[in-house]
Design a protein around this ligand. Structure first.
Ligand code: SF4
Ligand code: SF4
Length: 353
């Protein structure tokens, strides 16, 4: 198989000394238990494909699509090997070689047709006044109209004048699943849709991805605005207890570990920490396309995280990523509903608005 995209990562793959520091935290390895499932196994497989020692098979393709892009391996790797980027490249080579999943094609067709992952005509909530700074809701919040309205009201209460616009997907699913051409197309549509160079993003995944793939845009994360403005804004103390799940794109991706915890303290939420937290926090199972590639695996990881929250005695888990919220929330419901899952933005809204 030709490895035209993976070739760009040859240097990185050569830096992998097979030390296995990345073993410990990989959620896929923890769940499946085989060497091939961990980050090192994926590096070895990718290297074998690159140098032609092995040829792809559906089994190998499946293994390299079973990664949530949680970046735990990157965090632990002393050689800074970027496993998620390497996997995005080999996936693009797989797609060019004709390896395709029906579930991926169906998802990407929805984005192509409607501009969002749901394949539906969706618009941001109407606003009465003309805003100033463009706010990107992202597909998931675009579909949750009530939440979107609340978060826009929250921004107003914090003194920001949000300007909604007819948004389209940032293209993350194409890039993660290895669809280079589709990504380029969606990237053009996204750039065209954004009214200006600076946007506030509500979604953790969008902001991380836009910072990485759109160097010409300035993506501001909503939490940065909250941190800046909350101390000056009148707000209540909620007097509740909760645990906090660090989304990978927030803690490992954007180096934001303390800020959500400081906000919780500021609004009167007593924090009950889980054993893995911050940059070592375990994954919700919702990233890297695993939610559409292998739903059973994705659900198993979410269930593990929900159980960890229940084990520390939490009745409420708060997080910031809408996908973590969805995946852990569904797992918690299946687990008997002992655990409620909410977005931290909802708690901030309750304290401020
Ligand atoms: S990816 Fe990094 S941590 Fe994992 S085996 Fe290779 S060098 Fe070690
Ligand atoms: S990104 Fe996460 S799931 Fe993927 S190999 Fe690294 S630790 Fe495992």
């Amino acid at each position: 198989m030709e490895t035209k995209y993976l070739k760009d990562w040859e240097k990185d793959l050569n830096c992998c000394i097979r030390c296995a520091y990345c073993f410990e935290g990989c959620p896929i390895f923890k769940e499946m238990g085989w060497e091939i499932d961990g980050a090192r196994g994926k590096a070895v497989l990718s290297y074998g494909l690159l140098v032609g020692d092995i040829e792809p098979s559906q089994y190998i393709v499946d293994k390299l699509y079973e990664c949530t892009f949680c970046k735990d391996c990157v965090e632990r790797c002393s050689a800074n090997v970027q496993i998620p980027d390497i996997l995005a490249a080999i996936r693009a080579d797989f797609v060019e070689a004709g390896y395709k999943y029906d579930s991926h094609t169906a998802l990407l067709e929805k984005i192509d047709k409607s501009g969002n992952i749901f394949g539906k005509e969706l618009h941001p909530p109407e606003t009465e006044e003309e805003g100033e700074i463009p706010v990107l809701l992202g597909c998931r919040f675009l579909e949750r109209t009530e939440e979107a309205k609340r978060y826009l009201d929250l921004l107003r209460a914090l003194g920001v004048k949000p300007k909604v616009f007819d948004e389209t997907c940032c293209g993350m699913p194409y890039a993660v699943l290895g669809y280079k051409e589709g990504f380029k197309r969606q990237q053009d549509k996204f750039r065209e849709s954004v009214p200006g160079k600076k946007i506030i993003c509500l979604c953790t995944t969008c902001v991380f991805f836009i910072r990485k793939k759109y160097p010409d845009l300035e993506a501001v994360y909503v939490i940065d605005e909250v941190v800046k403005r909350l101390p000056e804004t009148a707000h209540k103390k909620l007097g509740i207890k909760a645990t906090y799940h660090d989304p990978c794109n927030v803690s490992r991706g954007m180096n934001m570990v303390d800020e959500p915890r400081q906000i919780m303290e500021e609004i009167g939420v007593e924090l009950i920490e889980m054993p893995t937290k911050g940059k070592q926090a375990e994954c919700c199972g919702g990233g890297g396309g695993v939610l559409v590639t292998n739903k059973t695996l994705s659900t198993a990881l979410a269930k593990n995280r929900a159980e960890q929250a229940i084990d520390v005695g939490a009745e409420l888990l708060v997080t910031l990523c809408p996908t973590c919220e969805l995946n852990i929330g569904n797992a918690a419901k299946d687990n008997g509903g002992e655990l409620e899952v909410k977005n931290l933005l909802d708690l901030i809204y309750d304290a401020v608005v």
